[in-house]
Design a binder for this molecule. Sequence first.
Ligand SMILES: C[S@@+](CC[C@H](N)C(=O)[O-])C[C@H]1O[C@@H](n2cnc3c(N)ncnc32)[C@H](O)[C@@H]1O
Length: 407
Amino acid sequence: MPELTWVGKKLTQSEPASIVKDSILYPNGCGYPDTAPANRLILGDNLSLMTALLPEYEGQVHLIYADPPFFTNRKYPARIGRGEDSRKPAVWKLAEGYHDHWDNLDSYLDFLYQRLTLMYRLLSPNGTLYLHLDWHADAYARLLLDEIFGADHLLNEIIWAYHGPSPIRRAFNRKHDTILAYVKAEDYTFNVDAVREPYNQNTVKTFNSSPKAGFGKMPDLARGKVPEDWWYFPVIARLHNERTGYPTQKPVALLERIVLASSNPGDLVADFFCGSGTTPFVAIRHGRRYLACDETYRAIHTTRNRLIDSEVAFSLEHDSRFLVPVLPAPKTTKVRVQNETVVLETNLELDYWEIDPNWDGVTFKSAAQASRPLRNGRIPSELKIKAGSNLCVRLVTSQGKLFQLNV
Ligand SMILES: C[S@@+](CC[C@H](N)C(=O)[O-])C[C@H]1O[C@@H](n2cnc3c(N)ncnc32)[C@H](O)[C@@H]1O
């Protein structure tokens, strides 16, 4: 069997991360469960995070969606501030997003190889891995996955097609990504009825007028068809309502198709390159549990802002080497408590704030949260809580600084 090789190719054992639990979030009054929430959002390098998660999750993850850097050698800034509405680019501010920079192809392949091997180990026997890349590295990745899973375990090579402007004048416009889906074994999960789509109007018309059109085979027009392995979904630039400002955010519709097809309610879905959090957002919308990791605080912060719209508790954790400093809030920031309402006054440009009514000095139990709306409007300056004995407020600015105020 052909195998991809490069200088220094070798599987190495990474040092496991030491994972610290910062906070547990209980959005929209979802209440304090007795046990730690199954849903985890973790800041750190996924190599050491996955190594640390292996003892608990080896063979336990039903679906992994991986959307790593594509080997583009570009920087991807995030858009922040008051003007993330993509129809008003003049009011965008830029902040650091993530880097897709490599010394050479060898170092990129090494990065992928180590991580894909760990994902394989985490995947359950009936699980599926979807690896999302584009023309820069998809051909190499296919060989890596053939080696790790076995070439006959390729389920699909999916083409996600989209459109949009491009400066290219001496080649065809590059407007598709490739998603490689690999399964571990024959009895993999695939819920075909959950992802059927309507036949197009011409097909329906043809069959209704001539039942012999399909050479005697009449499709079940009402049930819909199994989608092809090429998909069209508009990119986020065109989906104003979904746009978080985090770079290379993927559409909810794309992840919905993957999650619905390859997992069941209650299953564990993981995304170790979660970016703006599209995968965990879709996972809870459809009753799945999730593990989500990223190495940038902006990604974790953006994901948290999306997840507090749910009624599902989750923990926010970090590798101890990725500590985010908690600064004392400036004197101009004040909090008043009136009955069961906490009123915040601040001149910080806030993206997010939250309250722990009974701060124990160790794990922040966030009982109420507010975030700045994605499009228009202001972040709420009041939150309702049940009174506690040691009120503590945490605030995150749009620049990503974290402040704390003990009341
Ligand atoms: C293509 S983006 C993911 C976008 C995401 N699918 C979404 O819908 O928003 C890739 C992400 O991988 C993260 N990343 C890159 N290297 C990483 C690593 N070693 N560990 C954890 N995250 C990493 C980057 O910070 C970035 O957020």
